[in-house]
Design a protein around this ligand. Structure first.
Ligand code: NAD
Ligand code: TYD
Length: 335
């Protein structure tokens, strides 16, 4: 099988490429990635001889047409993915996440790919009140509240429209927050770990009681593999760890303990505008229909993730320089 993986040099995409090389060694793997700030060819260093890499933009119709031509399957990860950046500069989110996805859909239809899998987020559903026991499922209404989630919601709608209007065999997965190796250190968990390793504090957006559903990245990769194998065209699957609730403050304190640091390394800073207080997923559909279940516990994998960052200081030190420092100052200076 020939599989095109967009955004394969980013966090989840590169983990997925590693997963696919290991689990489907006979397949031809092509990665299309423009190496935006979060894309890093180092993430694919170990598998570079087993894949073909195209450096290109999903918004460029010529590049996309060539990349999609001859592919059996497209798995689409490429996106602008960080909420705080979408608040500071939303334009690129509209461009890549909406226009870029549309370019890929057109090419997938033209070249009659057998499956277009769109990787999306639970953030399209908005937020759940902290005190509520509600969990989202595939029928939950869309209510995105940040430019990031609004752009992902728009892309989901386009993907579904290509199924209903043109019969393109699509599937969508909306997953909760991932964590693991190669996670760009602007996101909460890798930021917390790498800041502590640098002797700096963890910035906690006020008041720190917000809740996320943290899924280890390998479990997400397995879910996508199952959807490709057994999922029905036109269907959406929600993917989440569904563990007990952990607030951001609790997660920060767990990371402090893993790195032998005290509470003086916590710093409460001003909140993110429009901060979604809670995400929670009911993943019964993928569990019951496709037999998926997460294999990795949150606390156990948080520990191995901390170890990974401890052992790969060169990787994140190179990332936390240049453009990153400018973004960091812009995002945190007036909080
Ligand atoms: P990431 O920011 O780490 O990686 C995104 C990748 O896309 C990078 O390699 C980047 O270079 C590439 N890219 C960006 N713009 C591009 C363009 N115009 N053309 C080609 N490549 C481009 O993101 P991630 O965390 O790995 O997320 C991957 C996907 O999974 C995204 O679609 C995101 O919405 C979705 N998702 C992420 C999470 C999460 O917790 N990180 C959870 C659910 C869904
Ligand atoms: P993040 O990793 O940015 O993912 P998302 O906002 O897409 O869920 O943030 C996870 C949670 O951590 C979210 O509630 C915001 C919070 N957070 C902080 O408290 N401090 C930080 O410096 C960052 C980046 C996030």
């Amino acid at each position: 099988m020939k599989i095109l993986i967009t955004g394969g040099a980013g966090f989840i995409g590169s983990n997925f490429v590693h997963y696919w090389v290991k689990n489907h060694p006979g397949d031809e793997i092509v990665v299309l990635d423009k190496l935006a700030y979060a894309g890093n060819s180092q993430n694919l260093e170990e598998v570079k001889n087993k894949i073909k890499f195209i450096k290109g933009d999903i918004c460029d119709p010529t590049v996309v047409d060539e990349a999609v031509s001859g592919m059996d399957v497209v798995v689409h990860f490429a996106a602008e993915s960080h909420v705080d950046r979408s608040i500071l500069e939303p334009d690129e989110f509209v461009q890549t996440n909406i226009v870029g996805t549309h370019r890929l859909l057109k090419a997938a239809l033209k070249h009659r790919v057998q499956r277009f899998h769109h990787v999306s987020t639970d953030e399209v559903f908005g937020q759940i009140p902290l005190e509520s026991k509600e969990k989202w499922n595939e029928e939950s209404p869309y209510n995105p509240r940040s430019p990031y989630s609004a752009s992902k919601a728009a892309s989901d709608h386009l993907v579904r429209a290509y199924f209903t209007t043109y019969g393109l065999p699509i599937t969508i997965s909306n997953c909760s927050n991932n964590f693991g190796p190669f996670h760009f250190p602007e996101k909460f968990i890798p930021l917390a770990i790498t800041n502590l390793l640098e002797g700096k504090k963890i910035p906690i957006y006020k008041p720190g009681n917000q809740v996320r559903d943290w899924l280890y990245v390998d479990d997400h990769c397995e879910a996508i593999d199952l959807v490709l194998k057994k999922g029905r065209a036109g269907e959406t699957y929600l993917v989440g760890a569904d563990h007990r609730e952990y607030t951001n403050m609790e997660v920060a304190k767990m990371i402090l303990r893993l790195l032998d640091k005290g509470d003086e390394f916590l710093e409460i800073v001003g909140d993110r505008p429009g901060h979604d207080v809670k995400y929670a997923i009911d993943s019964s559909k993928i569990r019951n229909e496709l037999g998926w279940a997460p294999k990795h516990g949150f606390e156990e994998r948080l520990k191995t993730t901390v170890e990974w960052y401890r052992e790969n200081t060169g990787w994140w030190q190179a990332v936390k320089s240049g453009e990153y420092l400018k973004y960091f100052e812009q995002n945190y200076q007036n909080r």
